[in-house]
Design a protein around this ligand. Sequence first.
Ligand code: FE2
Ligand code: FE2
Length: 255
Amino acid sequence: MTAEAAQASLDERADALERKMSDELDVLISKSALFNMADGELGAVGMGLDETTKRGKFYLMADDPRLPQMPAKPTLLDFFRCRARGSNHLLQSATHALKAGMEEKIILACLLHDISNGFFIKSDHGYWGAQLVEPYVDEEVSWAIRAHQALRFFPDESVGYEYPVLYTNYFGEDYEPDQYIKDAYQRARKHKWYMTARLITVHDIYSFDPKAVVSWEPFIDIIGRNFRQPEEGLGYDNSPVAHMWRTIRRPTKYL
Ligand SMILES: [Fe+2]
Ligand SMILES: [Fe+2]
């Protein structure tokens, strides 16, 4: 067993222990309005509980003990390890780009294009994902991640990209993208980096093969060269998006 694998299994055991110990939580968990809207309900939960209901407990203002524990200065990979349920789609897409001999910025864009789906939010995921990584990657990479949101819906025969069958299955034959997506597509088509975003869609692998052998290993150096990991850890570098990383780390922090 390599040192990294040993550390990973140690981390897994620590995580499992942490979860077991937290079955009976000694803190109160609150839910943001957005979490409730996913259940078709409005408003935040955990406002103004009386003392009887609180039973002497306090609201969580720290890491959620039910989630894998994160290091003090988390890296990009720590977020994937501790906040995503697998990264197969991203790794498959990036591997596809790597095997096609794409340059590093394209591979990185493929690796991060759905980062928002991985541990944040799906609606408008291209926009959220681009914003999350914007301070840490080349401007062209974040631009492409943002633009892939719209480009996915529009074929480009010049590179053999067709409208995804999966989208017809998911959204129906008659689905039409919103006007703002159509507008974004028109703008992207005329942009100097159009092909960078288009290549994300070309390598966006929709055959989510759970048995496909993929790993982070081929991408560690590419990340090292192309993702400016802040020394203080993601969430603590005072960047314009640091709060987003902190919220992903602590999604149930009361305030
Ligand atoms: Fe996507
Ligand atoms: Fe994707």
